[in-house]
Design a protein around this ligand. Structure first.
Ligand code: MSP
Length: 673
């Protein structure tokens, strides 16, 4: 069985956790859970980075001893993860004796091997970045990383001969031995390596900084915080002699990390998750340190983007930091997880807003997933004695139902001739996108199954057929329950708690299974379907409408306009208008006014829209054309069918209805504003 060792950056304890930290840890947690579904043995480590100037100063500001400060703040990180349903196997702290011992052993080895040298050194030192810069690095005389003041310092220090490993590092990246995703980040590192690589100062004199790990060969110095911190990835899995200390510190880990072999077993399967701001330390310092120590460079990196607020990075100094705890308390941990994972394309930046979080909840979770579970289980309670219905002999699933089964098998990696004709965007097998670490795509793909199941309900209409042909309804209901089980199982890595609840709601009591065992037809007929309330309440996000600025006197030249019921911009911005492609259109029996449309909104998926245009337009006039859709109108049931959006029409004075069509080429899903 192959392995997967996931790590997150270990977080500085100079402040409380924020959404950026929560994101990186949630991505690692979700990836490891997906790897578990794919049948791999996994191990997941996170922790805190506790030495160095930033932490020493944070403790000083509070008037607390550094160790006491670290104990307190480290605990806030440790306590946060379970509340977000993040389940690391190990939480490591750099102030633990087992880690300090590893760092000292590593330094001693490099010293003995002549790969560390003492040199006298002068340069511009930035406290914020905890490093020296050369004159030409500075921007306007300030630290290029932090924008803070720098001071000229001259001192003797110890240097790791990093320059010797420049070419081996380039080779490791170019050969794909050390894989950096997304690829543009690998190019960035290679670009950096086009310039000569300098040696790395790995010591700080105690006279300037005392909060660190003492060098084993000179007790006037402590270790540079990054050299110390990066080694955590080795300590955690028992490298450099840590296995015995790990056993003592962690207790029985089932030999996962406490045996002589544990490092050897796990290291080749490491996957480092990190933010783009710490790429150089991870992809240049770290692999060269490993090479110098006679170890293999890391196998894989996933470099994530930043959460921005109004296009600016969240930072304490700007006071725009989003607290994950308050959001979790307000909306629940799984809504927060879903938003973070689904909204941000792994590797790119994304804007954080509470309004966007609410919208994701309402569309994906409340409308698509929550309604599907609710509508199907209500049918079971009403018409099938609260049990998974038996499949009547000789009745076949409808074409759309069969396509849902095909889609599920395709997602599981089965060889199915599944054509992505009915959805507008390409869907990939889960294993492929997981391996490429494109989790946002994986989740969007799984949601197409949920959307397809909603369309099955709309099209098979079991709530109708149950009265005339109960067997037909039984076929739809059985398969929809089976499909919900498959979808919930596949969504488990992102929303573990909800997924487990959904499994129970459809009568599946055997828990989450690996993707190989995830057979659609395994749902046992006759199983009890318990009652429950709606799983995802819809939320309203209140945007405080600013009072309109009242001008003392309107300018003379301003034309007088009479506006009936004026609205604020925020009210307009609350409308989600999109371009839609009409895939299918048909009249609705017994209705003279309504047409049923199937509309693709591109990556947002498919919608069923009931439009009151039957007396104005023929279905053929709509199929294959583009329309404007109001997508966030509360879904409504008309003639027993759900309408999940509104088609925008111009109503002429003589009473005609004319569809609003984009002029020019705007792909489905494009936002209209
Ligand atoms: N202690 C070092 C890491 C040492 S790992 C051997 C560190 N800590 S940190 O707490 O400052 O940041 C940790 C991670 O949080 C980084 O990957 C960083 O990119 C991430 N984030 C911090 N702010 C962020 C956002 N606004 N958005 C997304 N992630 C961001 O660096």
């Amino acid at each position: 069985m192959s392995r997967f060792y996931a790590t997150t950056p270990i977080y500085y304890v100079n402040g409380k956790p924020h959404v950026g930290h929560a994101y990186c840890t949630a991505v690692a947690d979700t990836s490891r859970r997906f790897e578990q579904l794919l049948g791999r043995q996994t191990y997941f480590v996170t922790g805190t980075d506790e030495h160095g100037q930033k932490v020493q100063e944070a403790a000083e500001r509070r008037g607390v001893e550094p160790q006491a400060h670290c104990d307190e703040l480290s605990q806030t990180f440790r306590d946060l993860w379970p509340t977000l349903n993040i389940a690391p196997d190990q939480f490591i702290r750099t102030t633990e004796p087992r880690h300090k011992a590893v760092v000292r052993r590593a330094l001693q080895k490099l010293w003995d091997d002549g790969l560390i040298e003492q040199r006298s050194f002068a340069g511009w030192y930035s406290t914020a970045a905890e490093r020296y810069w050369t004159e030409k690095d500075l921007i306007d005389g300030k630290c290029p990383d932090s924008g803070q003041e720098v001071t000229w310092l001259e001192e003797a220090n110890y240097f790791f001969l990093m320059s010797r490993f420049q070419q081996p590092l380039i080779d490791a990246i170019e050969s794909g031995k050390m894989k950096i995703l997304p690829a543009k980040r690998a190019n960035e590192v290679l670009g950096f390596l086009r310039e000569p690589l300098l040696d790395l100062c790995i010591s700080r004199p105690k006279s300037r900084l005392s909060w660190g790990i003492e060098l084993p060969f000179d007790d006037d110095y402590v270790t540079y915080v990054w050299f110390d911190a990066l080694m955590n990835y080795v300590t955690a899995i028992g490298g450099f002699g840590a296995h015995q200390d790990n056993q003592e510190a962690l207790g029985d880990t089932g030999d996962a990390v406490g045996s002589e072999k544990s490092f050897e077993q796990w290291w080749p399967h490491v996957c480092h998750f990190l933010g783009k701001d710490i790429l150089t330390t991870h992809a240049v310092y770290w692999p060269t340190m490993l090479m110098a120590l006679g170890l293999e460079p890391p196998r894989q990196y996933v470099v994530t983007g930043w959460w921005l607020v109004d296009n600016t990075k969240m930072s304490k100094s700007l006071g725009n930091v989003v607290d994950p705890l308050s959001l979790k308390d307000k909306y629940g941990p799984e809504v927060l997880r879903w938003f973070l994972l689904r909204e941000m394309a792994v590797g790119q930046d994304a804007n954080f807003s509470e309004a966007a979080l609410v919208k994701r909840n309402n569309t994906d979770l409340a409308n698509d997933l929550g309604n599907l579970v609710q509508r199907t289980t209500v049918l079971v309670h009403k018409h099938f004695d609260s049990k998974v219905p038996a499949l009547p002999a000789g009745r076949e699933p409808s074409a759309i139902l069969s396509s849902a089964i095909d889609l599920a098998n395709y997602l599981r990696g089965q060889e199915v001739a599944f054509e992505a004709t009915q959805t507008d965007h390409q869907v990939w097998p889960v294993a492929k996108t997981v391996q490429e670490l494109k989790l946002h795509v994986t989740l969007a793909d799984i949601m197409t199954l949920v959307q397809r199941l909603n369309r099955v309900l709309a099209s098979d209409a079991p709530f109708k057929t149950v009265k005339t042909d109960k067997d037909a309804a039984a076929v739809t209901v059985y398969h929809t329950l089976a499909g919900i089980r498959v979808a919930a199982n596949l969504l488990w890595p992102a929303i573990p708690q909800t997924s487990e609840k959904i499994l129970q709601r459809v009568g599946w009591t055997r828990g989450v299974v690996s993707i190989d065992e995830l057979n659609w037809h395994d749902l046992p007929t006759g199983a009890e379907v318990p009652r429950g309330s709606a799983m995802f309440p819809r939320h309203q996000f209140e945007v405080e409408a600013k009072a309109p600025k009242v001008k003392a006197k309107p300018k003379k030249s301003a034309p007088e306009v009479q506006i009936d019921n004026p609205i604020e911009y925020v009210q307009f911005a609350a409308l989600d208008l999109r371009v839609g492609d009409v895939i299918a259109a048909e009249p609705i029996k017994k209705s003279q006014k309504l047409l049923r449309l199937e509309v693709s909104l591109g990556a947002l998926g498919m919608r069923q829209i009931l439009a009151g245009v039957a007396q104005h337009l023929q279905p053929e006039q709509l199929v294959g054309t583009k329309i404007q859709v109001l997508t966030n109108l509360k879904p409504r049931k008309l003639m027993g069918l759900w309408s999940q959006g509104m088609m925008m029409l111009a109503e002429t004075e003589d009473g005609r209805l004319v569809p609003m069509r984009p002029d020019g080429d705007a792909p489905a899903g494009s936002k209209i504003a």
